[in-house]
Design a protein around this ligand. Structure first.
Ligand code: HEM
Length: 436
């Protein structure tokens, strides 16, 4: 009974969210659009509205604040969007060798801080955050990240992702501290690329905060936590990857499988700006809120989709599979789709060079437990009995934690959904001046 409670709470949470938020979304895949037409509808030029006209946007703006109105993900098409998207592309357009070297340097620095103990219990997401804070700070400002900047970025990114997963409330003071720091840093000298001129100085700081010190740090840390946890629970895959660190083809297949099985987006939504007539004749009227469900799409058309199996990839063409970890090319795909897998390989190699990973924790797509894992240093003598004892302790602890966390997620999530609905951040922004 107790072990089933977290699932029951998740289901109840979904019902409360739908109830408070309004049952406005059209699920894709769903009764109107099946998995075969998923990409066709996602790629349609009229599937282009991002925030205006969806109650769901109030919730995302609440979670991503401050400055959600200049976050690239939520800007409507137009001049401001074009300038912001161009700026992001410029920051990321560095030679692959340079980005790999930068990532390797930051990963080594952070992992070396772990000391020399034989066994260490960590949360993988927390372990990864400082690495990506350092990488993206240096990518943006062209200088080494200070410990002060790193602490502010990690506090900001942790606060956003904790609230998004309903594991804690928002702390705007933590986020505002980073904004103030970025404004001061920008006042003392420019970053490596010019910032969008259509944004005010405060909005420029929010743009950097939202795209690089929130989205980039959060997404990379989550993606790595999934990858490392999957390795911890699939020792054969881990052994092969550790033994053949230069086999980039296999590493790519493992990363593909991790992103397929544990896509970072649960749902991405679009608001239709015109009628869409789907190939099978179904009409989706203007103003429909389309909810593209990544986990369902990634499960459709694969044999035993729930199994983590990198060996399904040899001989399979990514473009022909139901696999869109970075969105669809025709509709605002992720600007980091080139650098993300490359840098994940670098960090995975650095972790596996030092540690063997073990974990018996629950591995779900939303990963609210942040990836509990035992790191066993490769250069230390193997102590299987001690390791088994620590793992047994972790198993008992994680089970209780899952239970309490799911109950607190229910309460905190309900509060935030109601609070976001009350604040109406997106709706107010799009209201005509006089109506605000
Ligand atoms: C493995 C890591 C990552 C994954 C799996 C991922 C996934 C995605 C997906 C699926 C979308 C499209 C969502 C939609 O259609 O609404 C997206 C958009 C976006 N991502 Fe990523 N992302 C990752 C890393 C990053 C990083 C490192 C950055 C920043 C440097 C980033 C910045 C963005 C931005 C700005 C958008 C919005 C694009 C636009 O609307 O023009 N992502 N990401």
């Amino acid at each position: 009974m107790l072990t089933r409670l977290p699932h029951a709470v998740v289901a109840l949470r979904m019902r409360i969210f739908t109830w408070v938020n309004g049952d406005e979304g059209i699920p894709v895949p769903g009764p109107l659009v099946d998995a075969e037409r998923f990409v066709e509808v996602y790629s349609h030029p009229a599937a282009s509205g991002r925030s205006r006209g969806a109650a769901l946007s109030d919730l995302f703006w609440y979670w991503l604040a401050p400055g959600s109105h200049v976050h690239q993900e939520h800007l409507e098409a137009g001049e401001r969007y074009d300038e912001v998207a161009r700026t992001t592309r410029r920051f990321l357009a560095r030679p692959r060798v340079e980005i790999a070297e930068l990532t390797e340097r930051c990963a080594r620095r952070v992992l070396d801080e772990l000391g020399t103990s034989d066994l260490r219990v960590v949360r993988l997401r927390d372990l990864m955050m400082p690495i990506w804070a350092e990488v993206y700070y240096e990518l943006v400002f062209g200088e080494r990240c200070t410990s002060q900047a790193r602490a502010l970025i990690v506090a900001n990114a942790t606060d956003v992702i904790t609230a998004l997963k309903c594991c804690g409330l928002r702390h705007m003071d933590r986020r505002d501290r980073l904004t103030r720091f970025l404004r001061e840093r920008l006042a003392s000298g420019p970053p490596v690329q010019p910032l969008p001129t259509l944004l005010s100085p405060e909005e420029q700081a929010w743009y950097l905060q939202g795209t690089f010190f929130n989205t980039a740090v959060v997404q990379m840390s989550e993606a790595m936590a999934h990858l490392l946890l999957a390795l911890a629970q699939n020792p054969d895959v881990q052994r092969r990857l550790a033994a053949e660190p230069e086999d980039h083809v296999y590493a790519d297949q493992v990363i593909d499988e991790s992103l397929r099985r544990y896509p970072l987006f649960g749902i991405a939504h679009r608001i239709t700006t015109d009628e869409i007539v789907v190939g099978n004749g179904t009409s989706l009227p203007t103003g429909s809120v389309l909810c593209f469900n990544y986990p369902e799409f990634h499960a459709a058309g694969f044999e035993r989709p729930e199994v983590f199996d990198p060996d399904r990839w040899p001989g399979m063409h990514r473009r022909e599979a139901n696999y869109i970890p970075f969105g669809v090319t025709a509709n605002r795909p992720c600007p980091a789709r080139g650098v993300a897998p490359l840098t994940m390989q670098v960090v995975a190699r650095e972790v596996l060079r030092r540690f063997e990973l073990h974990s018996a924790a629950a591995h779900t797509r939303s990963l609210p437990n942040r990836g509990p894992c035992l790191l066993a240093r490769r250069t230390s003598p193997d102590r299987p009995r001690r390791r088994a004892a620590v793992l047994a302790f972790m198993r008992a602890r994680d089970r209780w934690e899952d239970l309490w966390r799911s109950l607190s997620q229910l309460v905190l999530g309900t509060y935030m959904v109601v609070d976001a609905r009350r604040q109406r951040l997106a709706q107010q922004y799009f209201e005509p001046e006089g109506a605000r």
